[in-house]
Design a protein around this ligand. Structure first.
Ligand code: ATP
Length: 664
């Protein structure tokens, strides 16, 4: 059963490039070719240091990972954290970043060899160099495989095609742009906005080789771990285009949502004050739980902001998915949480990265969006080195032009502005992003945090009172820039407009930014409350009734909602199970002959034997296990995450065990 959102009238005219265009687009996610030699080289995120745990034993060569302007600086070895002082590092890391759990990256090996054993997501710490080597081998062998090697599920792709009938696009890919900073001079800063497809009842299938496929996206391997689920390398089996498919646990999101409702009214994960009121008594549709993030991402169209292509809910499972542009090179850098310095970027690299940050944030601010969690972990890079701002989970979007007042604290403590540390009232949001940009710039310039403490109160005091140590910084222009970014008083802090003429940023005018008009011309379309509600296709009318009937049938078959599994569970346990079976049942045994406009009805009926097969495939999940999952979210209340016990534990831990926290 596929529900397709009608494109909004505003986005209908947006002409996405044809597939051919997409394929020739150098900035598009790389397409597999049959020959490793002649084909584009896809660089496995797992090879990138940002995908490697920041745990004490991480050692990884970075050669060859960076094709562009960063290559020189990356000759230096990865920052190593000190095994001996791990406890203090962990505390420091908790304050530094909310994603070390993500860095305790999970290496899901789906190589030809592992595929032959059926799908088995081998969760191991990529910190182990041996496993990294393996994963590299796997990746390259995988890349030489034609993407059609895994047959798509018999009738499903056709259904999927049908499901796209109202979304006239193929996944569009932004324009080509030259490597490194040249994009900042690129006249085609914006491509036509992709139309974000929304599918409420996506199908999950398991291919003969045991690879899980959600709609047309084959989930090849896990490339990251977020607060609410994993991030997969997904390949569209129809086009071969690669994506980052972010998987969310609905149970965790619901739990978080309930907590937010309790604490903050209706301001949970999402657009803050723009969030539409949702009646408490009415259970939200699953995608509603991330409606804010979806609503924001739908409106954004900038080369330095990650693109969202599709959101999918799998009704019978605990999982839902967001399909993003893949950022092959992973995070900009790791924040050093130990005594040893992190990677230090050259002056020119710092400028290049910061210019892109400025352009992306200018675009956001110009359209009344405050990111709220700028830090190196949320600055990913595409294959050509272009910076992509990601993670709008705590971002806020404002209705009234000029109103950027934010209240709740969010983001990662080490990157949090002084006014957020000391104030319980409202503060202006834009300067808080500028501060976080300053901390990020400091990190890449010096390989360390400007303010670092394992104790939260002490950290806040440092942020509020201490001046950052610029060491023997030789460039007076940079001293001025960073000092103005890390100005304690938000009203005196440098603004984006001022940064445009900053001598260091522009290298005394030799490296000017593209004009503000050009950078922001592709205006975010006005966001209405309807847009926000429509960020997720609402179920109503006939469909709601049908859904109720379906749910009733499900109840008969399945003892409790908690028996729903996540696709990850299924992936781990599906080896050896019958393949090519849709796990997401059609809506009704006998679908109505005239489906509602925006609903594509399933082609076939759901026979009892099929239901029995589905039941057989449904790995029943212990309700307590689900509760445990939820608990990992409640532990996560502080807006930062992290990670890992010792190396030994890492090897055996499940993803959940890795996540000490997370969430914003
Ligand atoms: N578009 C992408 N391309 C490549 N890797 C990505 C992409 N998006 C996320 N990742 C990686 O996946 C991991 C988890 O990302 P994710 O955004 O889920 O984590 P998070 O910062 O905890 O966010 P959230 O709190 O929203 O779950 C990170 O290592 C990140 O670098």
């Amino acid at each position: 059963m596929h529900v397709v959102t009608k494109p909004s009238p505003r986005t209908k005219n947006a002409s996405a490039p044809s597939q051919g265009e997409a394929e020739s687009d150098t900035s598009a996610p790389t397409i597999n070719t049959s020959s490793e030699q002649d084909g584009p080289v896809w660089r496995d995120p797992l090879e990138h240091p940002s995908f490697i745990t920041t745990s004490p034993t991480t050692t990884m060569s970075q050669e060859d990972l960076y094709p562009n302007s960063f290559s020189m600086a990356l000759q230096s070895p990865l920052p190593l954290t000190d095994r001996g002082s791990f406890a203090s590092q962990l505390e420091a890391s908790l304050l530094a970043t909310n994603m070390t759990a993500a860095s305790a990256t999970l290496n899901s090996s789906t190589s030809a060899s592992s595929s032959s054993q059926g799908l088995r997501s081998t969760m191991t710490s990529t910190a182990e160099s041996t496993s990294m080597e393996d994963s590299k081998g796997d990746l390259h062998s995988e890349e030489t495989k034609p993407t059609t090697s895994v047959p798509s599920n018999s009738s499903e792709p056709a259904e999927e095609d049908k499901s796209s009938r109202t979304s006239t696009d193929k996944p569009s890919h932004h324009h080509a742009h030259s490597p490194s900073h040249a994009h900042s001079r690129d006249s085609s800063v914006h491509s036509p906005p992709p139309i974000v497809k929304e599918t409420l009842d996506a199908c999950i299938t398991v291919s003969p080789t045991g690879v899980l496929q959600v709609k047309q996206y084959e989930l090849r391997r896990i490339i990251g771990q977020g607060a609410f689920g994993i991030v997969n390398l997904g390949v569209d089996v129809n086009t071969g285009i690669k994506y980052a498919v972010k998987e969310f646990s609905k149970a965790k999101l619901r739990k978080k949502d309930r907590q937010n409702l309790f604490r903050l009214g209706h301001r949970g994960r999402g657009p803050g004050r723009r969030g539409p009121a949702v009646p408490a008594e009415e259970e939200k549709s699953p995608l509603d739980l991330i409606r804010g993030e979806i609503a924001i991402l739908k409106k954004l169209n900038h080369v330095n902001i990650v693109k969202l292509y599709e959101v999918l809910d799998v009704a019978a499972e605990d999982s839902m998915y967001m399909v993003f542009e893949l950022c092959e090179l992973g995070a900009l850098t790791e924040v050093s949480v130990g005594d040893k310095p992190g990677k230090i970027f050259t002056d020119s690299e710092c400028r290049d990265v910061f210019q892109q940050m400025v352009l992306g944030i200018e675009y956001l601010h110009e359209h009344d969006i405050i990111h709220r969690d700028i830090k190196p972990d949320n600055l990913l890079r595409s294959a050509d080195g272009t910076l992509k701002i990601v993670d709008f989970g705590v971002s806020e979007m404002f209705t009234k032009k000029g109103d950027d007042m934010i209240k709740k604290s969010a983001g990662s403590p080490a990157f949090m502005a002084p006014e957020l540390c000391r104030s319980h009232g409202e503060v202006s949001g834009k300067p808080t992003d500028l501060w976080s940009m300053g901390v990020t710039l400091f990190c890449i310039r010096y390989g360390r945090l400007p303010f670092k403490s394992g104790m939260s109160l002490e950290l806040q005091k440092m942020i509020n009172e201490d001046e950052p140590d610029l060491g023997d910084e030789q460039d007076p222009r940079f001293r001025t820039t960073i000092t103005r970014l890390l100005e304690k008083d938000p009203s005196k802090r440098i603004t984006i407009d001022e940064l445009r003429n900053d001598p260091w940023l522009t290298d005394d005018g030799r490296r000017p930014l593209i004009s503000k008009d050009e950078n922001t011309q592709n205006a975010v379309l006005e966001v209405t409350d309807d847009d926000l509600r429509g960020a997720v296709q609402q179920l109503h009318g006939l469909f709601r009734v049908l859904k109720a009937v379906y749910k009733f049938k499900q109840l008969r078959k399945s003892p409790s909602p908690s028996s729903r599994t996540s696709s990850r569970d299924r992936r781990e346990k599906a080896a050896g199970e019958p393949s090519n079976l849709s796990l997401s049942p059609p809506l009704l045994d006998s679908p109505p002959s005239e489906p509602a406009d925006d609903i594509v009805m399933p082609a076939g009926e759901m026979s009892d034997s099929l239901l029995a097969k589905i039941d057989a495939l449904n790995v029943q999940r212990d309700p307590e296990e689900l509760e445990d999952d939820d608990d990992s979210v409640s532990k996560s209340s502080p807006p930062f995450a992290v990670a890992v016990a010792d190396q030994q534990q890492e090897r055996s831990a499940t993803p959940q065990e890795f996540v000490v926290q997370a969430s914003k």
